[in-house]
Write a protein that binds this ligand. Structure first.
Ligand SMILES: N=CN[C@@H](CCC(=O)O)C(=O)O
Ligand SMILES: [Zn+2]
Length: 407
């Protein structure tokens, strides 16, 4: 069997990968070549085509006037759900807060009701529709959390549906167990924490689908001690920790993330200088979710404080019924305007930094040699146009492992 050759050439700007603490390496008039889905050459078009002529390629894309990036990695979503919470959007416009809605038994708990009632087929169908939308907007890898089951059976059903939809779809899916997303009605938090540790975690480990274990460490939800207990137990089953930290109040989530060696700490709207130092000293990737802040009408996370001290920041949609955004392009705009992130920082946040938040080690989020050839061609002349334009989807072609999966 002959090798499968992919060549993308002539891009006015092509992003290779990270450069320096927070920047990116960009090649003008750039090209890359991939053999059997792995990047083998990247650089000026003339050099790449001299070695890998476009006429020999199975897939040849003339990207003249366009911008080529690694496929977007979206490292934080709750993309599997059922039901409709648009009425809560309206209630929030009238002054209700997210925390009030949740403590009154709404919010996450209403989605739990809808997910428990949904069939397995409905769950897979819902998620597949969302994966289609993500792919059309340039996302090639997405993390998806359980956490709308809050009982062993439904948490396992969610992880199975995530696995099923992901295995049939071009987008790569990274599954996270998040039984500790809220406390189900009729249980107190200590009791439910013990249930997650002694019943859900062993069953999730037996099922063998989840990569990460995440906890909503938040005022009125799981305390720092409860979060630590769950994440340490998850580690014993081989699940890498992640933490929802400091979304509404700083109650120690960043300490927990640092102590358990989390891959990421996410949200960080109320994180102070000590919390930031704890994360960066422990090598925890900060993930900021500007769509959530925008949707809540809240102040944005202080991404600049990380960046100005030389630490990269990952970006994610946080797509969920409270934050209905599936497009990293819009997140790029919100990150720029809301947090003053530059186009270079934004692109790194949506690609290699996001891959770091998922501990991906196969080069996803970059187009350097030996990386998986996941790439997105934008019909715009430079990376600045990604955050600058927010009216239409700029994606013209998406490649996964060197194969066109959307055009
Ligand atoms: N804050 C906790 N979890 C989600 C929201 C989930 C929901 O409201 O359904 C988040 O990260 O924003
Ligand atoms: Zn979340």
């Amino acid at each position: 069997m002959t090798d499968h050759l992919t060549v993308v050439y002539g891009a006015s700007e092509l992003v290779v990968g990270p450069e320096g603490p927070t920047g990116i390496e960009v090649v003008a008039d750039g090209a890359f070549a991939a053999v059997d889905g792995t990047v083998v050459a990247v650089g000026p078009t003339q050099d790449v085509l001299a070695e890998f002529p476009a006429e020999n390629a199975d897939v040849a894309i003339d990207a003249t006037g366009k911008t080529v990036l690694p496929g977007f990695v979206d490292p934080h979503t709750h993309a599997l759900f059922a039901g409709d919470r648009s009425d809560e959007f309206v209630a929030k416009l009238r002054g209700a807060t997210y925390e009030e809605i949740l403590s009154d038994g709404g919010g996450i708990l209403r989605t739990v009701d809808a997910v428990r009632e949904a069939t397995d087929d409905e769950l897979v169908t819902n998620l597949t529709g969302h994966l289609d939308a993500m792919l059309e907007n340039g996302t090639t890898t997405v993390e998806i959390k359980s956490g709308y089951g809050l009982d062993t059976e439904t948490e396992l059903r969610m992880l199975a549906a995530i696995d099923e939809a992901g295995s049939r779809h071009a987008v790569d899916v990274v599954p996270t167990f998040m039984g500790a997303h809220a406390v189900p009605r009729g249980m107190d938090t200590d009791e439910y924490t013990e249930h997650v540790v002694s019943e859900q975690l062993p069953a999730v480990a037996d099922q063998g689908i989840a990569t990460f274990c995440d906890v909503f460490c938040e005022r009125g939800v799981f305390s720092a001690d409860q979060s630590r207990r769950i994440l340490e137990a998850g580690l014993e089953y081989g699940l890498t920790p992640k933490v929802h930290a400091d979304e509404f109040a700083a109650i120690g989530g960043t300490d927990v993330a640092a102590d358990v060696g989390a891959a990421s700490a996410d949200h960080l709207l109320h994180t102070d200088a000590d919390g930031r130092a704890r994360l960066v000293d422990a090598g925890v990737t900060p993930v900021v979710l500007p769509g959530t802040a925008f949707g809540l009408g809240a102040d944005y996370a202080d991404a600049r404080a990380f960046l100005d001290s030389g630490h990269e920041v990952a970006l994610a949609t946080d797509f969920n019924p409270n934050c209905f955004v599936r497009t990293m392009g819009l997140v790029a705009t919100l990150a720029s305007v809301g947090m003053r992130m530059t186009p270079d920082e934004v692109v790194r946040g949506c690609t290699s930094a996001a891959a770091n938040a998922l501990d991906l080690s196969d080069g996803r989020g970059t187009l350097a040699p030996e990386s998986t050839a996941d790439a997105v061609v934008l019909d715009v002349p430079s990376i600045a146009h990604l955050p600058y334009r927010f009216d239409t989807n700029p994606v013209s072609t998406v490649l996964k492992s060197g194969v066109v999966v959307h055009a």
